[in-house]
Unconditional design. Structure first.
Length: 191
């Protein structure tokens, strides 16, 4: 053991000034989080290390603002029903998988709900909403226009570009309700 380690006397930590300053910031600006309080202290000329300030802030159990989860827009979720004709309702969704080299890819699937025909499957590593609109335009030219499109609340379907496209073509968007049981709805086929 070295001499310096043997004779070392730890200095007592005196964080009272920092504690008082943090308490004052929490009282004045209770809606703000740690970084806003830290920035205000820096503007006042207190050049404390942010790690030390965060340690004292956690020790004081000050209310640190948490990020609020982004809420989805309110949408009417309709139950699943079987259409009575072709091109009445299409369902679309994404499927993802991983290749052997650990690279993730996605498929965009569109299915006709009447006969369960896969109308289109687009496969790529990235499928932005502009690509989805291109696929939908291609399908309209090839198969004709549908009346409704069923989808979930995925980020690609929330995009403004997809919503503007469906309004422009007069196609209703149906958002799927969360399943309460695992039963699949199937149409009875008469031979």
């Amino acid at each position: 053991m070295s001499k310096s380690v043997y004779y070392y006397k730890p200095l007592p930590k005196d964080d009272t000034e920092m504690e008082e300053a943090l308490q004052q910031k929490a009282n004045e600006h209770s809606e703000e989080g740690f970084w806003e309080a830290y920035d205000r202290l820096r503007e006042e000329g207190k050049l404390w290390n942010h790690k030390k300030v965060h340690r004292v802030c956690k020790a004081l159990v000050l209310p640190l603002r948490r990020k609020v989860k982004k809420r989805l827009p309110a949408r009417v979720k309709e139950p699943l029903e079987v259409p009575e004709e072709l091109n009445h309702t299409w369902s679309m969704d994404f499927v993802t998988d991983v290749l052997e080299n650990k690279r993730r890819f996605r498929t965009f699937n569109i299915i006709d709900d009447y006969n369960r025909e896969a109308l289109f499957i687009e496969i790529d590593f990235s499928l932005p909403s502009s690509r989805i609109v291109w696929v939908l335009n291609h399908l309209i030219h090839k198969k004709g226009k549908t009346k409704k499109i069923r989808m979930d609340n995925g980020p690609e379907f929330i995009a403004h570009l997809t919503n503007d496209w469906s309004k422009m073509h007069g196609i209703a968007s149906i958002y799927t309700a969360r399943r309460t049981n695992t039963k699949c709805f199937c149409r009875k086929i008469q031979w």
